[in-house]
Structures are given as structure tokens and as C-alpha cells.
Design a protein around this ligand. Structure first.
Ligand code: G6P
Length: 612
């Protein structure tokens, strides 16, 4: 979602800001802008479209050189369409105060009316613009920007990651956070404020994470922080561990393709030091202190959005069947408003790649309020969810830049597999049985690599289906969520309408859609319900649907029924979905490439959804 970059220091701000915005492009956005403080005057340039279009207008333009401080923003529209006027930064009517903002100001309409009565004239349809006017209004009676921003934020209801500049104070920038991440990179004689570490690591690894309700006054050579109610806070400087190479494409045409191919390694990283194969044991440091709670839990609730919710659906099969604990899987956006029946005997896992998804965070707080033990399964280290949970585990997939989640999904499944084995063992699963599972999990990276080796064949298949208007994905058991994920990947990046269904449910509706133009992807490994899925394949074949089967390497039966077969190695113990989803990721990717869409930044989507 929206991206923030602010720079204050001895260097020219514009190149640093544009580089930062480019590194945040992956989050998804539809317009961009910069504001620079030059000679006590704020110059703003904004543009609908991509950062490249903005850069073409400002790079090598003398009007934007020689600034003392500056900030840039990429906007994902919420209030007001994506155009030049609604893009950030926004300034007040005197041009003194400029703001960039991620989040939503919920009471903006009331504030706007009050400010208009006081003579403020608004230029845009955004909620953000009220902040610029409000701060300027307070500056008339407050001695400095720091005080004026805090006074303003005490009037505001909503969420924000916010950076503010004052034309009269080029040596100061204010950063504030409520529900939308903000990180301050600390350099020698310079500071970079950003919504994501990706915009900072090229310059410094030392960072300060702001918490909700905190405001920092940042200067080139120092900073101070307090709450919006003026209570001083001393902040710790921490080290970001991601490498620059991890957030670059490394020779691949798209980040998504790079991330698909990284999976043998990322899955291995998630298990490293945790899986003791021969002992049939799993050690998870971040869950050790809640081990008893997990073992005694009456129920486990898995909560997430999008792909992370799909991971939860697979987790339900693992945990119920192997760890013998009742599981519920919930959409975070529904859970938060449902007055859920949850309490101290429940363990709630929040599953999130970014650790920042607004709905997932709200669900976390709701479960916590009811006394449940709340735990995270998160990828981004240091993000908000792990900071608010009672414990959890990082999945260690590394930075995921492509908007459509791939490697984070398989890492989430790996994490759920590890948690399952840990609980099962603690509940008395014999070592020999656990050993079968640990060996199976350890074999997954090689099996994934075997599927990746078939990329060329999948690319050819994609050519054949690139003009299809609809797709159906079907699977059963733990492979039903794989079907959902396959459909989601395809619609996200190729814009082809796709639905995922439990294979047997097809006859209760989707079967009406099947004719010779409908491709149907079956995930059909040789498991206990294999024969049942074959019957469903017959039903599609009888109606002339085009059948693509994801089937095991040793399945000879399937060739007689399917038009196309993609082979996957056999996998036992509900870990099959980790392998079976790989061809679906590749199919979606190559179809999108064949259709010429923007694979890494599909239209309208955001990588991390930090608004409701
Ligand atoms: C967005 C992303 C999805 C992701 C979902 C949940 O919609 O585009 O790829 O699955 O948010 O995000 P999270 O970071 O919580 O896993």
C-alpha cells in the first residue's frame, strides 16, 4: 500500500527519495509525489501513474535541486480517485506545511468543515489534506512544528504513518505513527524516514521503529520522541538484518519469478535449527514458553487474509488430523466485528506475511481483549503483529516483493507443519511416527525443486490458455485450499476470472459453467480420496471441459482422463500442498506474462493492506 520516504541530512534529498519510492513500488500504488524544502519554501510535484513518470518531471530539473530536506510518497487511493491533485504530499493553503500520510483519517469530514469555517480552502478530495491545514492552524498558536503536530493528532481519529515538513523549519521533520508502520533510519548526520525498511537499507542498517501513538522530531544529527500527549519516550536503535541483494531481482525478469524459484531455499531456511529429523522433534524458540498452553488448548483459531488465510485452511488439516486439536479458520476482516466467542483456553494464531495487515492486527487485539493466547506466524521481522503477540515464529522467507504472495505461502505452510509436529509430539505422538513426518517435511525443498525444473513445460501450457476468460480450480481435503490459492494467484496477476472449489462441490453450481471453453485445473494427488476426485474429473470430461491435472509422478491412470498433466512428487502427511501449489504459481505467472500484465504490481492490489 502507500509508501513513505523522507530525507533530512547533508546529501541532496531528491535522488534518495526517488530511489526509496522505487524500492517501495512493490507495495502497490497509483500516484506519486515529492515535496522539497528549498530556501524556506516548499516545492511540490505530484503525478498520477508510476514513480518513473514523476522522476521524469523532477530529475535533472534545477527547480528541485539544492533542497535541505524532502519527502516523497506513493499513494494507493482510498478517499478520492488517483490523480495529480489527490496524490501526496498535501500542503495547507498558505503553502507552509506539507504532509505525506498512509492510513485513513476517519473524522476528516468534521475536521474539514471546522477548518473551512476558519477560512481554510481545500484543493483535494482526500482525508489527508485536513492534516496539513490542521497543523498550520495550530502553528499559529504553538511555538514549533513538533508541538503543532502533536496538538493536531490529539484531534484526529483514525490511522496514520505521517511525515510533516514546515517551510520555516528546514532542519526538522516530524514523523508520527498510529496503526501504519513507520521506521526511522539513523545515519551519520542524516535520517531517513520510511514506511518500509526496503527504502532504508541501501543507506543504513540502524533503525528506530515507531510504535502507535508516538511522534518523533527528527533532525539531521538527532531525534527525540514522545507520545502525542507529550510523555517523553527513549527509543532503542536496532539493526535491520535484510540484505540489499534480497530486495533486488537478481537476474530474474520479475520478483515473482525470483521468489517462486527461491522456495527450496526459503522453505529450508524456515526449518533450519528447528527440525530435528532423526529424533522426530521440533524446537521452536518463540513458542517454547507457551508450549503448555498450546498442548492444553481446547481450540486453535487461525486468522489471516488472502493467501495467509489459505495457509490457515491447510493448517486446519494438519493440526486437526495430526495434532488432534479442534481448529477454526477465520477471515480477519470478519472476525474483528463478530464479537467472537474466544477466551483463555483458546490459542489464536495470526498468520501474516507483512505483519501489518490492518484487519489481522485488529483481530489480534480483539482476541487478546478476550484473554486468548495470541501468537504470530509472520514473515517481516520487527513488524507490528510480532510486537503485539505473546509469542510466535518468523517464517524466514526473506523480503517478498511481488504483490502476489508465493514464497511466504509455502513458508507459512512449513511453519504450520512444524507447529503441528511440535504439538503432536508433546501430546504423545510416538517418536517413530513423528520421525516419518519430520523426514517428509525435510524432503519438501528437494520436491519443490523437482517441480520448478518443469517450468518450461508449464510456460508452454500457459501459452495455450492465455486467452481463456474463466478458470476453475478444484481439489479436495488439504488440496482444496491449494485450489483456492491457485485461483487467487491467477486472478491477481492475469485478471482472468478464476474460482477455487472443493472438487465434489462442483456439482452444486460451477458445473453449469463447464463447456469446451472452460479450463479446469484438478489438484489430484494419489491420496485417500484420489478415486473420488477421478469421478469429478469424469464429470468435467463428460461436459467437454479442458482438464489440467496436477498429479503424482507415478500416476498412470490420469493420462487417460486429463488433457494436460503436470507431475508432482508424492508427499505424505498433509505437507503435499507445499509441493502441489508450485505448478499453480508458475501457471499463473506464465499466463500473466503471456498476457503482458504488470506481474509484480498488479492493478488495484497492494502488498500490505494497512487500511480496513
Ligand atoms: C494483500 C496481499 C496478499 C496477502 C494479503 C494478506 O491482499 O496482496 O498477497 O495475502 O494482503 O497479507 P499479509 O501480509 O497479512 O499476509
Amino acid at each position: 500500500m502507500c509508501g513513505i520516504v523522507g530525507y533530512l541530512g547533508f546529501r541532496e534529498p531528491l535522488p534518495i527519495i526517488l530511489d526509496g519510492l522505487r524500492r517501495l513500488e512493490y507495495r502497490g500504488y497509483d500516484s506519486a509525489g515529492v515535496a522539497l524544502n528549498r530556501n524556506g519554501c516548499i516545492t511540490v510535484r505530484k503525478s498520477a501513474g508510476k514513480v518513473a513518470e514523476l522522476a521524469a518531471q523532477v530529475e535533472s530539473n534545477p527547480e528541485y535541486a539544492g533542497a535541505r530536506a524532502g519527502m516523497g510518497h506513493s499513494r494507493w487511493a482510498t478517499h478520492g480517485e488517483p490523480n495529480d491533485v489527490n496524490a501526496h504530499p498535501h500542503v495547507d493553503c498558505t503553502g507552509r506545511v506539507a504532509v505525506i500520510h498512509n492510513g485513513i483519517i476517519e473524522n476528516y469530514a468534521a475536521l474539514k468543515t471546522q477548518l473551512q469555517h476558519r477560512g481554510h480552502v481545500f484543493a483535494s478530495a482526500t482525508d489527508t489534506e485536513v492534516l496539513a491545514h490542521l497543523i498550520e492552524d495550530f502553528l499559529r498558536t504553538t511555538p514549533d512544528l513538533y508541538g503543532a503536530v502533536k496538538a493536531s493528532l490529539r484531534e484526529v481519529r483514525g490511522t496514520y504513518g505521517l511525515v510533516v515538513m514546515d517551510a520555516h523549519a528546514p532542519e526538522v521533520m516530524i514523523a508520527a505513527r498510529m496503526g501504519s508502520p513507520l521506521i526511522i533510519g539513523v545515519g551519520e548526520g542524516e535520517h531517513i524516514i520510511a514506511s518500509d525498511a526496503a527504502a532504508i537499507v541501501a543507506h543504513t542498517r540502524q533503525v528506530v521503529y515507531l510504535n502507535d501513538g508516538e511522534v518523533s522530531e527528527v533532525r539531521p544529527d538527532g531525534m527525540r520522541t514522545s507520545t502525542i500527549f507529550d510523555v517523553p519516550i527513549s527509543k532503542e536503535i536496532t539493526n535491520v538484518t535484510i540484505e540489499l541483494s534480497q530486495i533486488e531481482r537478481g537476474g530474474y525478469e520479475h520478483f515473482m519469478l525470483k521468489e517462486i524459484h527461491e522456495q527450496p531455499e526459503t522453505i529450508r531456511n524456515g526449518m533450519r535449527g528447528r527440525l530435528r529429523v532423526e529424533d522426530g522433534e521440533v524446537k521452536l524458540g518463540g513458542l517454547e514458553h507457551v508450549r503448555d498452553k498450546l498442548v492444553q488448548a481446547k481450540r486453535i483459531v487461525l486468522i489471516g487474509c488472502g493467501t495467509s488465510w489459505h495457509a490457515g485452511l491447510v493448517g486446519e488439516y494438519m493440526l486437526e488430523q495430526i495434532a488432534k486439536v479442534p481448529v477454526e479458520v477465520e477471515y480477519a476482516s470478519e472476525y474483528r466485528y463478530r464479537s467472537p466467542l474466544v477466551g483463555k483456553d483458546d490459542v489464536v494464531f495470526l498468520i501474516s506475511q507483512s505483519g501489518e495487515t490492518a484487519d489481522t492486527l485488529a483481530a489480534l487485539r480483539e482476541a487478546k481483549r478476550h484473554g486468548a493466547t495470541v501468537l504470530g506466524i509472520v514473515n517481516v521481522v520487527g513488524s507490528t503483529i510480532p510486537r503485539e503477540t505473546d509469542g510466535g515464529m518468523y517464517v524466514h522467507a526473506g523480503p517478498e516483493i511481488g504483490v502476489a504472495s508465493t514464497k511466504a505461502f509455502t513458508s507459512q505452510l512449513t511453519a504450520l507443519g512444524l507447529i503441528t509436529i511440535m504439538i503432536a509430539r508433546a501430546k504423545g505422538l510416538p517418536r517413530e511416527e513423528a520421525n516419518v513426518l519430520t523426514r517428509e517435511l525435510a524432503s519438501i525443498p528437494d520436491k519443490v525443486a523437482r517441480v520448478l525444473a518443469q517450468s518450461d513445460a508449464i510456460k508452454q501450457l500457459a501459452q495455450e490458455f492465455k486467452d481463456s476468460r474463466n478458470f476453475l480450480f478444484l481439489g479436495r481435503g488439504a488440496n482444496f485450499p491449494v485450489a483456492l490459492e491457485g485461483a487467487l494467484k491467477l486472478k491477481e496477476i492475469s485478471y482472468i476470472h478464476a474460482e477455487g472449489y472443493p472438487a465434489a462441490e462442483m456439482k452444486h453450481g460451477p458445473i453449469a459453467l463447464i463447456d469446451e471453453h472452460m479450463p479446469v485445473v484438478f489438484v489430484v494427488p494419489k491420496d485417500a480420496i484420489y478415486e473420488k476426485v477421478l469421478s469429478n474429473i469424469h464429470e468435467v470430461r463428460a461436459r467437454k471441459g479442458q482438464i489440467i491435472a496436477i498429479a503424482n509422478e507415478d500416476d498412470t491412470e490420469i493420462d487417460k482422463l486429463a488433457d494436460h498433466v503436470i507431475r508432482v512428487p508424492r508427499t505424505y502427511g498433509f505437507f503435499g500442498p507445499i509441493v502441489n501449489v508450485i505448478p499453480l504459481q508458475l501457471l499463473a505467472y506464465y499466463i500473466a506474462v503471456a498476457r503482458g500484465t504488470n506481474v509484480d504490481q498488479p492493478r488495484n492490489l497492494a502488498k500490505s493492506v494497512t487500511v480496513e
